[in-house]
Design a protein around this ligand. Sequence first.
Ligand SMILES: Cc1ncc(COP(=O)(O)O)c(C=O)c1O
Length: 444
Amino acid sequence: MKGQPVSIDPQLPLPEKLPLSDTGMGIEQVIKQFKENWTPHLVGASSSHYVGFVTGGVTPAALAGDWFTTVWDQNTQAVSGQGDVSARLEQVTIELVKELLGLPDAFMGGFVTGATMSNFTCLGTARQWWGAQKGINIAMDGITAHIPVLTATAHSSSIKCLSMLGIGSRNLIQVKITQGDREVMDMEDLAIKIKALDGAPFILISSAGTVNTVDFDDFNAINALKKTHNFWWHIDGAFGGFAACSPKYKHLVDGWQAADSITVDGHKWLNVPYDSGIFFIRKRHHLLSYETYRNSNAPYLGEVENGALLETMNFLNFLPENSRRFRALPAWFSLMSYGKKGYQQIVENSVERTRELSAWIEGQSKLMLVAPTRLNNICFTLRKQDDPKVEQFLYQLNKDGKVFMSPTLYRGKKAIRASFVNWQTSKEDIDFIKSALEKTLEQF
Ligand SMILES: Cc1ncc(COP(=O)(O)O)c(C=O)c1O
């Protein structure tokens, strides 16, 4: 993606729609049309100069795997290998990701479109678990009760999941965030909120990597609560879960092995192409997943009862989708090609490059960090300017297509985010980004 603009002037007029011809124009003409009219409007999101949102690049091995995914065009469902063996490869890939992240054998998992759907898959099973504590089968009978969900820093996608799951985003019980500059769950306030529930079961959503400061909740402290309280513990590790790949940073996820469910994202630090998210749920909960996602009245989809066994499972009875892309293949290609050291290097390089740019920003007279840089994200702003100027600065920076950063709000103030998860980011890329910032700063 070198050379392709990484952002587009939003004022550029969009390409026109051509009429659908009777006979079609042929693939060569279509490629020409695409190149001339559409690619100038596409952003090079896999470029190492694109540091907006949290967007990984695509490793060469993942690209090859993705081509094979399309060429083979499997509908990845039954592990038994009747019809195809893609579901078995998905299971194997889940095992590899567990190995990479130091997760115990106690987890099963699968691939979905992204972290939003992973959170949905996990929280759907959590909802069924909560019903089971009350003697209700929510999948069959629906929700008639208020399900307490506690969180301090849930990502918007988890809140969206509560809406989609009928739990209700308004029913969230907000736990305080610690004082100071961390985006972390306040354990004292959590204890107060739990006490108020008077022993009732609940769901707890915690974070492994918040979007501004990449902070991690205290998983050992949460784990300790498991001994005395009855709750489903979900961790959203979409952003920071891959810190587990590095001996330098794996302490950040210490204790997460005891969670009931975990989300990580493939199209972030795993550097496989969109769309790719991964969920993990403890194997001992697999019947709850099965109750939630089973296809109960479609004999043509195969024998359902055997599908409840993990050895003969069919993914379509354990997660929301029925038809499924062979999404594990790009991840398998990449994991097998680069191994543990390869991913350790990607993670450590991302953090080093982040720190390099962060230190430079700190030394600039016109820029300042608004939050400490802890791992692989920088939150910064213009030192002396107001919110509208910050928006203008970001607009100007992105406008000429050299780099792309995204906006954020930190403690009520507008700021800019630069997030590093791309496998290709080098020292030269950081110099390039610095000079793009310098050039834009001349106008402010
Ligand atoms: C912590 C966290 N959770 C969930 C998501 C949603 O991920 P996706 O866009 O893959 O659905 C994101 C996306 O940035 C995230 O940072």
